[in-house]
Design a protein around this ligand. Structure first.
Ligand code: NAD
Length: 506
């Protein structure tokens, strides 16, 4: 039996939604629970990191709001899972069209709350919409299997069913991409969701959820809770046996806490965690290409990316040439307000995080690293920091397995390919690695020896909906994107169907 969907709501930002106007764009400020925007008793401020100014006050939810969202999701589950694939895909198509029609709004809101340059916001939006489209296309093409039992007598039929209500927790560094690829997969699979956005960048999530509401997603299927008190909110949800899935992107420490909380109820988990990406430049690399890609890989999003080049590992034969060019290109980067034309690098997300970056420079200096360019925060308003390059001569213990998450590049020298591989793997993380060489056979051999979930060959960026994004070791569990990612939100279900092989055939 299938459920029929009502037509889309035509009202944009209905009268029940309280609105903030951010860079001329209207964004709902409440919590979205059971199909309506609600106002919490307290609010919190969202700041523009380029100025430090408040740009909106949003409802600050608590555990009771989270449980109300789970009530709504659990109630919606039985209907949502039985919506016919074509109907669900049509709804997604409508939502995808609406998202595209709002591209400029999303880019402005993203830049306002995260500080990233407008060009990066536009690119992130375009990629997010592609992820959403990817899952849209999968909905009507999920198939099971059919096989005879090993000794005959019955048939083995395998189908899939949605895991159940899912909690989606996202970080601030890619406010749109993180929620679009999680919600895209979960909703496509038939799971209602509770979105817990990052308090630094909740506005993009609010706009995303409002767009899904406008597209006609049924009440209770999509819920959104903002909070400044993530621990108690997620703990309350994780302790409730109706929650069947948690998908988290963020730091490895918080991921480990969520895994502990998932254990008693055996909650299905997907974890996209921290990284310590080695960026290897071998002796036969195209050095100009490697230097250009290192700049993109390192300084995109002001270095606040889990897949950023964290240790740039260069062969002795080319380290002089590489470093000179890399420093030259770094000096050309323009730091400033993401709304201003020509800006390459925006601010750090918050004052606290900017202070962490300042501390990191002190740690590197104390460890004997050689500063080649940058190294200082900007005076005045906003949390700007210069793109910085260090040459690190030793391999200081305090920097091993440390994710910089900052516009700070560290360049290390190695004498051989074997040493590059060993150093690259000497980390608890295993998310993204990069290798630069003109020899394809060597590229394959090195890639196969890197203990990472993803390897970029002669490129410093590799996000794509068709690719399985994710890491090994302390970098996570599960994948987002690619053919199989939707199965992170589906359980296989086996039906045994008795067949009397001879009966009725005579
Ligand atoms: P974070 O772990 O502090 O926060 C991420 C999210 O978790 C936020 O929404 C936050 O409010 C929430 N949170 C914090 N404590 C929580 C708790 N006790 N229970 C539940 N939720 C909690 O990370 P961050 O500083 O926002 O993001 C940076 C980290 O995220 C880096 O380590 C980065 O590598 C990682 N990251 C990984 C990927 C990936 O795909 N692997 C992508 C982006 C960022």
């Amino acid at each position: 039996m299938t459920t029929t969907l009502a037509g889309p709501s035509t009202t944009s930002l209905g009268p029940e939604a309280d609105i903030a106007v951010v860079h001329g764009r209207r964004v709902p400020t409440g919590l979205f629970i059971g199909g309506e925007w609600r106002t919490a008793e307290t609010t919190f401020a969202v700041l523009d990191p380029a100025t430090g100014d408040e740009i909106a006050q949003l409802s600050d939810g608590g555990p009771a709001d989270a449980i109300a969202a789970l009530d709504a999701a659990a109630d919606a589950q039985s209907r949502w899972r039985h919506v016919a694939p074509r109907d669900r895909a049509d709804l997604f198509t409508r939502a995808h069209g609406l998202l595209l029609s709002r591209a400029a709004e999303f880019a402005d809101v993203m830049t306002a709350e995260s500080g990233k340059p407008l060009a990066e916001s536009r690119a992130e939006f375009a990629l997010s919409a592609e992820f959403f489209l990817w899952y849209t296309e999968q909905i009507a093409h999920l198939h099971g299997t059919w096989a005879p039992a090993s000794h005959g007598g019955y048939r083995v039929i395998t189908t899939h069913q949605p895991v159940g209500p899912a909690l989606l927790i996202t970080p601030w560094n890619f406010p749109m991409l993180m929620i679009a690829r999680k919600a895209g997969a979960a909703l496509a699979a038939g799971c209602p969701v509770i979105v817990k956005s990052a308090k630094e960048t909740p506005l993009t999530c609010a706009l995303f959820v409002e767009t899904l509401r406008e597209a006609g997603f049924p009440s209770g299927v999509v819920n959104l809770v903002h909070t400044t008190d993530s621990g108690p909110v997620s703990a309350a949800l994780m302790a409730d046996e109706r929650l069947r899935k948690v998908s988290f992107t963020g730091s490895t420490g918080v991921g480990a806490t969520l895994l502990e909380q998932a254990a008693p109820g055996i909650i299905n988990t997907s974890m996209e965690l921290g990284g310590d990406g080695p960026f290897i430049v071998l002796d036969d690399a195209d050095v100009e290409l490697a230097a250009q890609q290192a700049v993109v890989s390192k300084f995109r999003n002001a270095g606040q990316a889990c897949v950023a080049a964290n240790r740039i590992i260069v062969h002795t034969d080319v380290i002089g040439q590489f470093t000179e060019r890399f420093v030259e290109l770094t000096k050309e980067l323009v730091v400033g307000n993401g709304f201003h034309a020509g800006v390459d690098v925006g601010p750090i997300i918050s004052e606290r995080q900017r202070d962490t970056v300042v501390g990191l420079v002190e740690t590197l200096r104390a460890a004997g690293a050689e500063l080649l360019v940058g190294g200082s925060a900007h005076d005045g308003a906003g949390y700007f920091f210069e793109p910085t390059v260090f040459r690190v001569h030793d391999r200081p213990q305090e920097l091993c397995s440390r994710e910089l998450f900052a516009p700070i590049a560290t360049v290390y020298e190695v004498a051989s390919t074997a040493e590059a591989i060993a150093f690259a793997n000497d980390t608890k993380y295993g998310l993204a690695a990069y290798v630069f060489t003109k020899d394809l056979s060597r590229a394959v051999a090195v890639s196969e020896r890197l203990d990472f979930g993803m390897v970029g060959v002669n490129r410093g960026i590799m996000a794509d909906p068709a690719a399985a994004f994710g890491g090994v070791k302390a970098s996570g569990l599960g994948r987002e994107g690619g053919h199989d990612a939707i199965h992170d939100y589906l359980e296989p279900k086996y039906l045994a169907l008795t067949v009397n092989e001879e009966e009725g055939l005579s």
